[in-house]
Design a protein around this ligand. Structure first.
Ligand code: LLP
Length: 426
């Protein structure tokens, strides 16, 4: 699952004790395991190897430049949603011709730059966007390859805020409209509308929604080919599960074994956009206990890590396994499940210092006794954690460290007060 394990009563990341990293870089702190990124990427690549897909790691899930470099080294390409993410990919020397650019509201400037650098595919979400890409491509006099994002109207059975492939969504166009879009925009001097993109939501911990959506996409592609359009690629998006409790995400090979037979012999280039399945388990967030207190029947653990470092519990009531960094051998956790309880544990809420009652990292958890100064680890914080961080309450963005085997290095320094107010000093 990942390379964060307890040993002799304390948490280690690969070959390094987490407490040593904290001693060097303080809290709140994100710690990433390079090997976990590589393992998860490798499993997906191997599982889909028969179709030799272009795997476009979803930059939005964890965008640190050093991590993008590691994934590029493993053979990954990139899925981006903004000019800022494009800049990150270019900065690490990513090949733009293998990049996919999604997003419902691409600006003219973003479109122009992407065409100029030779982006691989625009994932196009509406007719108006296609018109803008066509116009800008003809001004720049460079071609733009486009995949039409289609909603296969499949329920991925995930949180309503992260469901995207149903009919009533701001993303993409529905299947019926897709043929009309191809009829209208399928022939243009500068735009090559030659691929279909689907993404049903995230995380999707079952295989069936992928089978349904891929089947619908292939049916559409057959119909479009009958209409005379040349379709040479299918992007099945991301959304593959990650382990928050420990065993809920199907292995990469299960997704692949279900999807490959639908695509075999279809003469389609397969693209994937995995984010969380690669990054979620590759990071933890470490906070230090500032105070403990009781309120009613509850014990509160107040840490210096907060919703500003991990907003998922507040936003989606997401579960993240939370446990002391050095609980001692008697309290080494047996698993990461929400119902884990060991003799001597107490019922606790883990909260941050932010002035919001939604500022919690864990609710109603049985945790080992903890005191002021003790370190706490919040697991599976590699995806949609640091990237969704905010400076609310004028809290500087936290530092990030990357562990590679027996060594660790800072990959994002902690922000200072001057960093925070720099843009206001006008
Ligand atoms: N492709 C598209 C078009 C997407 O919209 C997304 C995620 C991905 C790929 C990558 O999905 P992944 O493999 O990482 O599940 N903040 C939320 C998740 C938002 C997902 C946005 N789109 C969370 O923390 O759960």
């Amino acid at each position: 699952m990942d390379h964060f394990q307890y040993n002799n009563g304390t948490l280690r990341c690969e070959g390094v004790a987490v407490s040593d990293i904290v001693a060097a870089h303080g809290t709140p702190l994100y710690i990433y395991s390079a090997r976990t990124f590589q393992d998860h990427f490798g499993r997906l690549r191997d599982a889909f190897a028969e179709l030799d897909p272009v795997i476009c790691y979803s930059v939005k899930s964890c965008h640190n430049l050093h991590i993008l470099r590691i994934l590029k080294g493993s053979g990954s390409s990139f899925d981006i949603v903004s000019g800022g993410e494009l800049s990150r990919v270019l900065e690490i020397g990513g090949d733009p011709s293998r990049v996919v650019f999604a997003g419902v509201g691409k600006t003219d400037d973003e479109i122009r730059r992407a065409i100029e650098v030779g982006i691989g595919w625009f994932n196009v979400e509406s007719e108006q966007e296609l018109m803008r890409i066509d116009r800008i491509a003809s001004e720049v006099k460079k071609p733009a390859t486009c995949a039409l994002r289609v909603n296969p109207d499949v329920d991925p059975k995930t949180h309503r805020y992260t469901t995207t492939g149903k009919k009533e969504t701001k993303f993409g166009v529905d299947v019926d409209r897709a043929r009309r879009v191809f009829a209208e925009f399928g022939t243009s001097d500068y735009v090559s509308l030659s691929a279909i993109h689907i993404h049903i939501g995230s995380p999707v911990n079952t295989i069936d929604p992928y089978v349904q959506s891929t089947t619908r996409a292939v049916e559409l592609i057959d119909a479009l080919r009958n209409d005379g359009h040349e379709i040479n690629a299918l992007n099945i998006g991301g959304g593959f599960g990650a382990h928050y409790e420990g065993d809920e995400a199907p292995p990469a090979k299960d997704y692949a074994e279900a999807v490959i037979p639908i695509l075999r012999d279809k003469s389609l280039r397969l693209l994937l956009e995995p984010g969380r399945s690669i990054s979620a388990n590759a990071g933890v967030l470490i906070g230090r206990t500032i105070f403990t207190k009781s309120g009613g029947d509850k014990q509160f653990l107040i840490t210096d890590a907060a919703m500003t470092e991990l907003i998922r519990p507040a936003l989606y009531e997401a579960y993240h396994f939370t446990w002391p960094v050095s609980p001692g051998e008697d309290f080494e956790p047996e698993n990461r499940r929400s119902d884990l309880s060991m003799a001597g544990c107490q019922l606790m809420d883990v909260v941050g210092p932010v002035c919001e009652s939604g500022d919690f990292l864990a609710k109603n958890r049985m945790l080992p006794p903890m005191e002021r100064g003790d370190l706490l680890a919040v697991f599976s914080a590699g995806a949609y954690a640091g990237v969704m961080g905010s400076r609310y309450n004028s809290r500087p963005l936290a530092a990030e460290v990357l562990v590679e085997g027996d060594t660790f290095r800072l990959i994002r320094r902690r922000e200072t007060y001057d960093d925070m107010v720099g843009c206001e000093r006008l």
